[in-house]
Design a protein around this ligand. Structure first.
Ligand SMILES: C[S@@+](CC[C@H](N)C(=O)[O-])C[C@H]1O[C@@H](n2cnc3c(N)ncnc32)[C@H](O)[C@@H]1O
Length: 350
């Protein structure tokens, strides 16, 4: 039988990344920063991902909480919001998502994605799912697990206040990220709102519950003219018919930029698994059949499995071994069955 899922355990060189060419899904373990640079030019049709969000989870990784002090101590002319290059940050024990300041996080995320830009075809798309964070001087970091579910270990950490970083402030991290991408020439085509109707109740009584995340669609800016990219409009979901409309005569059906999909607590020990209904239309609309999907922060590989089961090839990057292994297992199952076979009973989020 031809191997269709290839697990690549150490993949920091182009040689190690090259598979036999018959694998429909390749799951590489390593840092997306390194692995992005190894991708062949113009080989990816769709980059779809959900990176770690800022200041929420450690994914079990150790982070150096003294890193801001160390960065400032190296050069007295630096100010806090000067962003260290990702390589410096990682070398000094920094973990993506646990940056001391949102500016650092956005700088690193954009830097990593930008390293993948040459690998994206001119007709390609990038879909990035990202949620917001409220600022708290003393914030609580979960080692894993979704808020309100289970007794996941947490740690407290002090985040520097200043400027817009004030208690209770919604930081607008998705918007800051999207603007940073626009500044690097990306064309933003949609700010899709993922409405999560099942977010657990919060103790705050002075604001509304945060029940949405953003899914940004970026395409490449051509040297001349208007952006032209692959998009199969027939595959857009039939729409947000189940969004509640108040006081309107007619609800517009289909192809709208708000989608309502329940969040789930995750599977395979991961807390942030993509719901199939959220990503399948993105993959069908933005990657041609037989094309290649890349998820550089693939977790347990839901996007890879959806890509494979819909006739696309897929490449995943994941730093944590247990998630990478789960991604391989899920991808094998999806290919073997020719359909999605996730055990949704271990996803306790609804
Ligand atoms: C929000 S989760 C993605 C979940 C995924 N969408 C799924 O369906 O399972 C982000 C993932 O990125 C991984 N990660 C964090 N930093 C990384 C890095 N520098 N390179 C590659 N993966 C990383 C984390 O271990 C985590 O699994």
């Amino acid at each position: 039988m031809v191997a269709q899922v290839e697990e690549v355990t150490q993949s920091t060189t182009p040689e190690a990344n090259d598979g036999p060419g018959d694998a429909r899904i390749k799951v590489h373990r390593g840092d997306a920063y390194d692995l992005m640079a190894d991708l062949p030019p113009e080989s990816i049709d769709l980059l779809i991902t959900s990176p770690p969000y800022w200041g929420l989870r450690s994914y079990g990784l150790d982070h150096n909480e003294e890193i801001l002090k160390e960065w400032l101590a190296e050069d007295s002319s630096r100010v806090q919001t000067d962003v260290p290059p990702y390589e410096w940050y990682r070398k000094h024990g920094g973990v993506l998502g646990l940056e001391p300041l949102p500016e650092w996080f956005i700088g690193h995320l954009v830097e990593i994605l930008q390293r993948g830009a040459p690998a994206l075809k001119p007709s390609g798309s990038m879909w990035i799912n990202i949620g917001d964070t409220y600022f708290a001087r003393w914030s609580s970091i979960r080692h894993d697990g979704r808020q309100g579910l289970g007794d996941n270990p947490r740690s407290r950490r002090r985040t520097p206040m200043g400027g817009y970083r004030q208690e209770k402030q919604m930081l607008l991290i998705p918007a800051r990220f999207a603007i940073a991408m626009q500044d690097l020439r990306w064309i933003l085509r949609n700010d899709l709102i993922w409405h999560k109707p099942n977010v657990p109740p919060r103790p705050e009584k002075d604001r509304l519950r945060l029940t949405h995340e953003h899914f940004f669609h970026f395409v490449k800016r051509p040297k001349e003219g208007r952006a032209k990219y692959y998009y199969d409009f027939e595959e857009v979901e039939s729409g947000a018919q189940d969004v509640v409309y108040y006081d309107v005569d007619e609800a517009e059906e289909g192809a709208v930029d708000v989608v309502k999909v329940g969040a789930r607590s995750g599977s395979d020990g991961h807390s942030a698994t993509f719901p199939i209904d959220l990503i399948k239309p993105r993959i069908l609309t933005s990657c041609p059949p037989g094309g290649t999907v890349l998820d550089p922060f693939c977790g347990t590989g839901r996007s890879l499995s959806v890509a494979a089961s819909t006739g696309r090839n897929a490449i995943g990057f994941e730093l944590t071994e247990s998630f990478q292994q789960a991604a391989v297992k899920n991808a094998e199952a999806a290919i073997a069955q020719g359909q999605l076979t996730f055990d949704e009973s271990n996803e306790a989020g609804e």
